[in-house]
Ligand binder design. Sequence first.
Ligand code: IMP
Ligand code: MG
Length: 191
Amino acid sequence: MSTESSETISSEFMNPNLEVMYTADEIRGRINELGRKITLDYKDSELVLVGVLKGSCVFMADLMREIDLPLAIDFMSVSSYKNGTVSSGDVEILKDLTHPIRGKDVLICEDIIDTGLTLFRLMEILGSRGAKSIRIATLLDKPEPRVKKDLVVDYVGFQIPNKFVVGYGLDAANRYRNLPFIGIVKDPSLL
Ligand code: IMP
Ligand code: MG
């Protein structure tokens, strides 16, 4: 038998180890603004949204429904190699696009940009395939740890401080992607 209090204790969304940074409403409002801007910017384009799996899936699902244009979607999955905890910038393609992007206007959708190494390399890889344009839309931007300072990010949902965040697609050890908000794990040892 579950009582109201036992349901509260077992709730992932009300996990007391999480501190909300952006609510679902705040995220929805910001993505609506981004979508309206992208709709204006890509009028008369052959737009392809490229999601970087897995973290961008929630952002991309919401963003594409705010873009009032004909468009196509595709996905890539990449793994970034790390030397210890520091990203080396080497990127292996685990899943490639299913359609060519030659002549298309590509908008890469990311969950968060941290050092920028993954996206910098991805821009190099996709940049050699003859796309008409390639730009980046990210829900979150953490400028402080950026190594690739010259990475141009065209659409940013929120700039955040150098904190580890989860939810709305972002994970910690594959958990918390389903949170409808973005939060900080207060005590990572309790993961
Ligand atoms: P970078 O920009 O190459 O350092 O890597 C960005 C990737 O690191 C993102 O796509 C996320 O998968 C992951 N990442 C960076 N910061 C965070 C965070 O705060 N929470 C969850 N994942 C993160
Ligand atoms: Mg990612």
